[in-house]
Ligand binder design. Structure first.
Ligand SMILES: C[S@@+](CC[C@H](N)C(=O)[O-])C[C@H]1O[C@@H](n2cnc3c(N)ncnc32)[C@H](O)[C@@H]1O
Length: 268
């Protein structure tokens, strides 16, 4: 039986908090040195080009599901005036706050621990841009309320910029021994995945984790949830390269599926 949205997000918070120290051990020594450079930007490829084309300088931007906040900090280094990172995981945000301190960016960057479905009212209509990057949509139990939140955060004329894993990718499973990914699941399953083998997608180590739940949303569902929330589609591109560390072998396969997408929607 499906759980409530809050039950899913509460369970997922535990699992993300649990993996934070593993990600930190893998990433933070190098990251904490790198962020001292005021030119530090961890965004690259199509998402960076799209942000530069849309324009970041002077903007007020909120990132939903910011994790350790390195991309939120990158927005400040690209010239944004105010950057807010939202995440449910207090552990990851602690790392983000340390990063911001090392970067001397406390005046422009703030992190708020919150469920994206339940944001402080003061954020309503306060932002020129909402940023969502790799691996957030699949943690959202319900799409329409998620896009309604995004629409509510934007000023008139504001934009959603999204870089995400392509839903077709979730049809694939990577064989642990051979590293070869093959189609295993229907695109139309609408599956809720319960996992207990951890979220360490950097070291690819498995461990007995708190149960966490992710969701297989189709591309038409993503697009229509935005459109039905009064966001206009302005730009959409499918990516043929790996952005997620998930089934990465497909990037080199000549018969590869789309691996990601970058999308801009506006609140005209
Ligand atoms: C794959 S990670 C983040 C991806 C980010 N692009 C990055 O590479 O750092 C997904 C993040 O979404 C957060 N998250 C999941 N569900 C959430 C919710 N309901 N509210 C706020 N954050 C949530 C998790 O805590 C996690 O940090």
């Amino acid at each position: 039986m499906r759980k409530s949205r809050k039950e899913y997000t509460d369970a997922n918070r535990l699992a993300w908090d649990e993996v934070a120290s593993r990600h930190a051990a893998h990433n933070n020594p190098a990251l904490f040195e790198a962020v001292k450079d005021p030119a530090f930007v961890s965004l690259e490829g199509d998402i960076l080009h799209t942000l530069q084309r849309v324009g970041v300088a002077g903007k007020h931007i909120i990132q939903l599901g910011c994790n350790n906040g390195r991309e939120t900090l990158s927005l400040r280094n690209l010239g944004a005036a105010r950057c807010v990172g939202i995440d449910a995981s207090a552990e990851f945000l602690e790392h983000g706050r340390e990063m911001i301190r090392l970067a001397g960016a406390q005046d422009q960057v703030e992190f708020v621990e919150a469920d994206v479905y339940d944001l402080p009212a003061e954020f309503n209509g306060a932002f020129d841009m909402v940023l969502v990057t790799i691996g957030v949509i699949s943690w959202m139990p319900e799409l329409k309320p998620f896009f309604e939140v995004i629409r509510g955060l934007l000023k008139p004329g504001g934009k959603l910029v999204m870089e995400e894993m392509h839903p077709v990718l979730f049809m694939y499973e990577e064989d642990a021994d051979s590293g070869v990914s093959t189609v295993q699941y229907s695109y139309f399953s609408g599956e809720v995945w319960e996992e207990t083998s951890g979220l360490d997608y950097y070291s690819h180590e498995t461990y007995q984790s708190a149960p966490n739940y992710s969701f297989m949303h189709r591309l038409d569902e993503i697009l229509m949830a935005g459109i039905d929330s009064h966001l206009n589609l302005e730009h959409f591109v499918e990516l043929d390269y790996d952005i997620s560390n998930f089934c990465s072998d497909l990037e080199l396969n000549p018969v590869r599926p789309p691996l990601g997408f970058v999308m801009v929607m506006n609140a005209q």
